[in-house]
Design a protein around this ligand. Structure first.
Ligand code: FES
Length: 85
């Protein structure tokens, strides 16, 4: 099975916009998915700049898909869709 990569942005913009709410992912992901999902913190994912239009931090990335206004629920849903759960 292909391993899914989850990156949570810990850059300043995302941090002040609520990234800390996603701390519980570090507990949920290993419990729910075991080794099938690799969670890593990431410095700025490069999508919070105004040049992207209307920035909606905090951001997370599930494989190549950017999740804006990321929450625990949105990240879990994106992983489930990738794994077809
Ligand atoms: S600080 Fe999060 S995408 Fe830039």
């Amino acid at each position: 099975m292909k391993k899914i990569s989850v990156k949570i942005c810990i850059g300043t913009t995302c941090y002040v916009q609520g990234q800390s709410n996603m701390k519980e992912l570090s507990k949920i992901i290993p419990e729910k998915y075991g080794d099938n999902v690799e969670l890593t913190p990431s410095q700025c994912l490069g999508v919070c700049s105004i040049k992207w239009g209307d920035p909606k931090p905090p951001y997370a990335k599930v494989d190549e898909d950017i999740i804006q206004e990321a929450t625990v629920e949105k990240v879990i849903k994106a992983i489930d869709e990738k794994l077809k759960l």
